[in-house]
Design a protein around this ligand. Structure first.
Ligand SMILES: [Zn+2]
Length: 159
């Protein structure tokens, strides 16, 4: 009698656990519609980034996801004299190059994050923290669909 009661209690506990696990999974899993929305946001941002990158850089033919910043060709008539060049007449141009390089690096990094997120969607690992393997809260994904980690691990991961 006592045994039976314990067994029933155990069954009840197990059922409750199953229910709890099922509920937790349901709550954290992204449904197809949400995934499609996040994917569309990623794809749109990707297009914008590529558009911006194309104005200042060209894709590196040898390195995937790498872009080379375009340099203004210094034509003969731009350099009026050797003295002017030495005096820093063309300094603005290299400033521009440096600005473009920094901007290009920034855009490239973001583009890489987006490409990685799209890849995770294809592989079915999207929305899972790359550090602790826990589901990333939807609010975070909504704010940054390219997020590869939850907030807890965002700093050490750098995304
Ligand atoms: Zn984490």
């Amino acid at each position: 009698m006592f045994r039976g009661f314990n067994g029933a209690l155990f069954d009840f506990g197990l059922n409750y656990l199953h229910f709890f696990v099922a509920f937790a999974t349901l709550k954290t899993m992204l449904d197809q519609k949400t995934l499609e929305e996040l994917k569309s946001a990623l794809t749109k941002e990707r297009e914008v980034l590529i558009g911006e990158l194309e104005t200042i850089a060209t894709p590196d033919p040898n390195l995937k996801d790498d872009w080379n910043v375009k340099h203004e060709e210094w034509s003969e008539n731009q350099i009026t004299s050797k003295e002017e060049l030495e005096a820093g007449e063309n300094v603005n141009e290299s400033d521009e190059d440096m600005k473009n390089k920094a901007l290009s690096d920034h855009l490239e990094l973001r583009l890489r994050d987006i490409n990685n997120a799209l890849k995770r969607m294809e592989e079915g690992t999207y929305g899972i923290c790359e550090v602790c393997q826990k589901p990333i809260p939807f609010e975070r994904l909504k704010a940054n669909p390219a997020a590869a980690t939850d907030i807890e691990h965002a700093k050490e991961h750098g995304v």
